[in-house]
Design a protein around this ligand. Structure first.
Ligand code: G3P
Length: 217
């Protein structure tokens, strides 16, 4: 399962990238706002740091304008995945841009039928938002299971990119279901290594090591 980082924060991406855990990056207009950076500049910097797909989102709502924005974003670098919303205009944009050989990430997916449409439009990635479904009392992970079954039934190649991840349990459940990719904020990715028994065990080893009076270096 691939790990994407859901942020436009260059420093956070750089820190995680050093661990070898960053297979790609996802951004959206809210994350660009949070970064305080120009979308074209920051996206170019991210694309230079990361080998994998970097999602950059269009903001037009009509297909013709979305297609033009998508083409401009795709010019930034080879590894751009143009992110479009799951609307009919977004699906038309997806069809057009994928036929030009560009990667497309269809975002704001909240139902299995929406995911079916994205796959039929040739999407490279479908982004179901699990946290936002949980927010309204619908189990987001159930949707991931439904999409996995549907895509496997028809051998769709669209990758399931689980988005709006809020907890480490979302990551575990995504892996168990067989999602292709998760995108998570840096703080959630960092928590994946945490375990109290690891911390306690390390503290005990360090205490005993100090008593030996030895050094390795
Ligand atoms: O990848 C989509 C993600 O940024 C949305 O997350 O937490 O705003 O629902 P959230």
């Amino acid at each position: 399962m691939k790990f994407f980082v859901d942020t436009a924060d260059i420093d956070a991406i750089a820190e995680l990238n050093e661990t070898g855990m960053v297979d790609g990056v996802t951004t959206n207009p809210s994350l660009i706002l949070k970064s305080g950076r120009d979308i074209l500049e920051v996206t170019r910097e991210i694309c230079a740091m990361v080998d994998g797909p970097v999602s950059a989102e269009v903001v037009a709502t009509e297909a013709d304008a979305m297609i033009s924005e998508g083409r401009k974003l795709a010019e930034i670098a080879e590894n751009i995945a143009v992110k479009v919303p799951l609307t009919w205009a977004g699906l038309k944009t997806c069809k057009t841009l994928t036929s030009e050989g560009k990667m497309v990430n269809v975002t704001l997916c909240f139902s299995a039928n929406q995911a079916l449409l994205a796959a039929k439009a040739g999407a490279t990635f479908i982004s179901p938002f699990v946290g936002r479904l949980d927010d309204v009392n619908i189990d987001g992970m159930d949707l991931i299971g439904e999409i996995r079954t549907i895509y496997d039934n028809f051998n769709f190649q669209t990758e399931i990119l689980v988005a709006s991840i809020r907890t480490v349990n979302h990551v575990t459940q995504s892996a168990l279901i067989g999602a292709d990719v998760i995108t998570a904020p840096p703080n959630v990715l960092k928590k994946l290594a945490d375990h109290p028994l690891t911390e306690n065990g390390l503290a005990a080893f360090m205490a005993d090591w100090a008593k030996t009076g030895q050094k390795i270096l």
